[in-house]
Design a protein around this ligand. Structure first.
Ligand SMILES: *[C@@H]1O[C@H](CO)[C@@H](O)[C@H](O)[C@H]1NC(C)=O
Length: 376
């Protein structure tokens, strides 16, 4: 499929990016070591909040044409895909990108599309038959080609139901730190291979409002460094730096259970520290779960701030406080069991609770009433 020459070009490009990123990190680390006595943890307090990316035609245009930053994408293919979208009605699929920008004249020439997004869902073998059916029936239908399930066993039944989108990570099925970091590590590596512009991670108890997710990402440039998600703690996490005893470091992290997204630009900068299984080593070193490890790598090691997106929701939040008239604007929903009989679920009229205990069917019909199983 991919020609040898192209593969070689790709490897060369990736190596270059990796070396550059590594050099930056080494430089950064030596700098921060030198400055460690003068810099306390005070910086981090404000770092979780950042304004949206200013977008401009010229910026996106330059990035695409220089084709240094885009790692895998064949620039010609990028042109083609943009043309395909912007000028779908005409048959001039070979007009160059220049013309398209001029022709559309909108402030969003590089409209992010669903096909630019890689969606990973973390699951485990015991949850396949409990948690996947409602996902497959609802939001998966809106992102079948983009969504992949990362699990820990081979499951022929679900391999078929997902059109071959189950990935056996070969990680342990226990819910411990190492197994979780192991899966995240595989998710990250598989994303890198796809060449997509955005990596979005979710859990198997998330409902993802797919069009809303795409609209969110369209507000940010994948050629800039973006870590989009929602913390579940009120202050940055403080841990002791194991390298330098008794030195405190603090950072924000996006709760994995609410979902988070990384731009390709940021993911590329993470390659030297987090790819090829290195993510697991870092998790082991700081002895914290996968989502915290992600925050540590991005905020602490790479010094890139988390951008808080309030419309992500994990089961750590009480779902009943979400107002139905805002559902169209929410990006994720979740559920959990408070006790045997009481569940933390979204408050919504719709299907009977026996048929729809998670409320995901009802949410889906509220958002997309045309779906085949929705009442008319
Ligand atoms: C898991 O192991 C199988 C069999 O050894 C292998 O084919 C597959 O590529 C592995 N999966 C990953 C994600 O490494």
């Amino acid at each position: 499929m991919v020609s040898v020459a192209r593969l070689k070009r790709l490897v060369q490009g990736l190596t270059l990016v990796a070396v550059a990123a590594y050099t930056t990190i080494v430089l950064y680390q030596s700098m921060s070591t030198a400055a460690s006595s003068s810099r306390g943890p005070s910086r981090q307090q404000v770092s979780g909040w950042q304004e949206r990316a200013p977008r401009s035609i010229s910026k996106d245009y330059d990035a695409i044409n220089s084709n240094i930053i885009l790692p895998v994408a064949d620039p010609a293919a990028v042109h083609r895909s943009h043309n395909a979208k912007v000028t779908r009605k005409t048959s001039e699929s070979d007009t160059n990108y220049n013309n398209v920008v001029l022709a559309t004249g909108t402030s969003r020439p590089v409209g992010t599309q669903l096909s630019d997004v890689f969606i990973s869902v973390k699951t485990t073998r015991n949850y396949h038959k409990w948690r996947l059916p409602v996902i497959l029936k609802t939001w998966f239908q809106l992102a079948k080609d983009q969504t992949w399930f990362f699990t820990d066993s081979d499951d022929l039944e679900y391999q078929e139901k997902t059109n071959g989108h189950m990935v056996n990570t070969n990680c342990s099925s226990s819910h411990n730190r190492k197994a979780l970091c192991c899966k995240m590590s595989v998710e990250f590596d598989v994303f890198l291979e796809t060449g997509k512009k955005w990596f979005c991670h979710f859990d198997d108890d998330n409902y993802v409002n797919v069009p809303r997710l795409v609209r969110l990402l369209a507000d940010y440039s994948p050629q800039e460094d973006w870590y989009l998600g929602k913390p579940s703690i009120r202050a940055p996490l403080e841990i002791l730096n194991r390298d330098k005893s008794a030195q405190k470091i603090s950072f924000w992290f996006a709760t994995g259970g609410a979902g988070f997204c990384l731009s390709r630009s940021l993911a590329l900068k993470m390659i030297p520290v987090a790819s090829g299984g290195k993510f697991i080593s870092i998790g082991e070193k700081i002895r914290l779960p996968d989502d915290v490890t992600m925050g540590y790598i991005i905020e602490h090691l790479l010094r890139k701030p988390l951008t808080v997106i309030d419309q992500f929701h994990s089961h750590l939040e009480p779902m009943k406080f979400l107002r139905q008239d805002t559902f169209h604007d929410q990006i994720t929903f979740s559920y959990s069991h408070y006790s045997r009989d009481e569940m933390n679920v979204v408050k919504i009229d719709g299907f009977n609770k026996r048929i729809d205990p998670t409320r995901f069917l009802s949410i889906h019909c509220f958002l997309f009433s045309y779906s085949s199983f929705c009442p008319r």
